[in-house]
Design a protein around this ligand. Sequence first.
Ligand SMILES: Cc1cc2nc3c(=O)[nH]c(=O)nc-3n(C[C@H](O)[C@H](O)[C@H](O)COP(=O)(O)O)c2cc1C
Ligand SMILES: CC(C)CC(=O)C(=O)O
Length: 348
Amino acid sequence: MTALTLGDYENLARARLDRLVWDFCAGGAGEERTLTANMAAFDDVRLRPTVLRGASDPDIATRIFGDRWAAPLAVAPMAFHTLAHPDGELATVRAATSVGMPVVVSTMAGRRFEELVSAAGSPLWLQVYCFRDRFRTQRLIEHGERAGMNALVLTVDAPRLGRRLRDVRNDFRLPPGIMPVNLDGDGFSSPAAHASAELDPTLDWSVIDWLRSISSLPLLVKGILTASDAERAVRAGVDGIVVSNHGGRQLDGVPATFEVLPEIVAAVAGSCPVLVDGGIRRGRDVLACLAVGAAAVLVGRPVLHGLAVGGQEGAAHVLGILIEELTDAMTLTGTPSLADIHPGLIGH
Ligand SMILES: Cc1cc2nc3c(=O)[nH]c(=O)nc-3n(C[C@H](O)[C@H](O)[C@H](O)COP(=O)(O)O)c2cc1C
Ligand SMILES: CC(C)CC(=O)C(=O)O
């Protein structure tokens, strides 16, 4: 079968990956209501095209923190791309670079920051988990900054990992050789046990000032789901917000990200870019997020599917499909540039 959509890649990847690894990547917390809701929210979107706008060749490039992105799309931070393909994040970074897209590199990446930065032609942002041991967190950030990361993305929705029932039932352990190679200390086998033991559950808003005191990189917070937290983040002086429910992997029962995106965009009122992730699987999903005011979107699991199916080439094809579908959706809705995209494009 030739893969034409991200859904095709998902099916091919499911057949290839070890079942326990598949469950770890695909799964969500609890009954996976939020995981399902992320995607269902886009299924309910109806687009309202405008015609005769001469939108034949839409310009989809954008700028974030002064950097050019070929499209308003980047790869979401995910632990251990090495679970999907031995080249792991190196293949992802090369794939993203080939289409001009940034990558948010996880604290739990399976390949070294230095090799990722040397392979990158587009921005790399470092996703930060805060450990109980602040010096460990500081060493991680200093390592990332020294290697050449361009921004920090603090994940704020994970004082502990969500209860992922598939992993509990499978007693999921990382396969041998899958290691968080950028962290000092030993690796671990159970992500959930490691997170409860090591991640700082006492984190509060003072962490923003602390991060500012140790790094001058632009700072985003990832995992905001309410207007009031978005306002709080803006008051704390962040440079960007990622609306996220961690792909339905943290608290089951929180809303789909697309549902809360408009109220967060309204609360932030242009003070900083608002990005979003969760369930984005088609170009028209990207268009819907942009229409309600996202500056860009992050895509998660489909990149792992691309890696599992075809390494760097597979991941590049997944990202290329999204770009092509976004271009197609813009052409057919009569929006020749990102600036032409507006809330009126959407009806429910
Ligand atoms: C296998 C996997 C690992 C993840 N690891 C991280 C991580 O290390 N840090 C983080 O902030 N988010 C992590 N996430 C959440 C993603 O950044 C993102 O929020 C989510 O996957 C987006 O939804 P999507 O997969 O539906 O596109 C992970 C998600 C998956 C599927
Ligand atoms: C290994 C985990 C801490 C990575 C993560 O954030 C996730 O699985 O969602």
